[in-house]
Design a binder for this molecule. Sequence first.
Ligand SMILES: NC(=O)c1ccc[n+]([C@@H]2O[C@H](COP(=O)([O-])OP(=O)(O)OC[C@H]3O[C@@H](n4cnc5c(N)ncnc54)[C@H](OP(=O)(O)O)[C@@H]3O)[C@@H](O)[C@H]2O)c1
Length: 431
Amino acid sequence: MKSIRIGMMGLGTVGGGVAAMLSENGVLIDKKAGSGIILEKILVKDIAKERSDVPQNIRAILTDNPADILDDPNIDIVIEVMGGTKEALEFVRTALRNKKHVVTANKDMMAAYGGDLFAEADRSGSALLFEASVCAAIPVVDVLKHSLAGNRISRIMGILNGTTNYILTMMSGEKSEYSQALEKAMDGGYAESDPADDVMGRDAARKIAILASIAFNMRIKYEDVFTEGITGVSLCDIEYAAELGYRIKLIADAKFSDEGVEARVNPLFIPTGHPLSNVDGVFNAVYIESDMAGETMLYGKGAGAKPTASAVLGDVIALARAIGGGGAVFTGCTCFNEKMIVAPENAVSRFYIRMNVKDSPGVLSKIAGVLGDHGVSIYSVVQKKAQGQSAEIVIITHMVMEKNMLDSIAKIKGMDIVNEFGSLIRVEGED
Ligand SMILES: NC(=O)c1ccc[n+]([C@@H]2O[C@H](COP(=O)([O-])OP(=O)(O)OC[C@H]3O[C@@H](n4cnc5c(N)ncnc54)[C@H](OP(=O)(O)O)[C@@H]3O)[C@@H](O)[C@H]2O)c1
């Protein structure tokens, strides 16, 4: 049996998972790959770090010198699982230049530099595979690049961040406010000590930039994605959503139309009948609309050592089969389209508005008047008595351009009949 030699960069959560999976499923993996997969060297940052939980055979192949992998002619595949966009980018570029195939889990790098790296891979005739970089165990990159390749994809939307989905699920299930749910997520190891990238929507934005680029065959960068996190979602919004037949989810959403491409991450009211509304806890899901296949949904674990290792090794096995079979051609960059990115203020959707107002005659009609002046038409209104002389108003609008919505809200916030403006959240679905 031929041997395929691997140099791995990083031995943290994902790297540890890859090493463990190769040890647990090694025989099966070799059979499926048609080659012996040999972990030859592992690059770490701090070679002196205490790693008593790491098996001796793995500790024996650690190095802190990238050249031990990049310049070793016996290494066929580099697995990059160190993260970041500085050294990782430099090492991946060098690996490709040195004609090594690369498998990466690095969404930050792929969202920012995917185009450059594919060009490098093309020049050197190497493959660059990145299934693990989006939604870990969910094989969405492969589905978009291969299984659905003959379709025109018009929309790809998903729950792409497990931490925020866990927090929103906790808020809704345990009736807790955002801060309590975040604390629980941190205590349970479902949120990092600095959860900003997750709760502000930036992690999901990087992932939808990668997915939309593949789905729509054009380069969509992280900066092209309008991003709003979940820090402004309150328990009472979640309760109103339930009352109105919705659930609130942090949705990454990209649409392709004649007007251009729209890509965004924001909390969204999802109707309870929509498949994404039932995706709970740390699970991820991706929902794809295409002209031939229709609606497709993929569901699974979007992070963690083993789910991510599963995607990394899936790519490694595919590469090993290709190398063993004389070098099948891998699908490289498929970005041949050029379309405009729709500015967020020109996007159109329905909205949920919640505010606390003075409980006096004519208040509702004044608010409706301001909305009407800006072309915002009301679909439904709920008015509830709040404390003392105040009332809570909840409005769902018809489809409206975001700019008009924001202009009307700016005006409403300045009205003396408004005690406190609560929330503005987009609502899935057309009129
Ligand atoms: N964690 C997940 O569930 C998950 C899921 C999908 C994708 N990813 C992606 O996978 C990648 C790795 O994530 P992770 O959670 O495994 O990270 P991690 O636990 O922080 O591990 C990073 C590893 O890389 C090494 N490293 C970091 N910088 C280095 C440098 N400059 N030179 C050499 N080695 C360096 C570290 O060495 P030391 O051991 O010496 O510190 C460590 O072993 C990231 O791109 C991440 O976005 C992670």
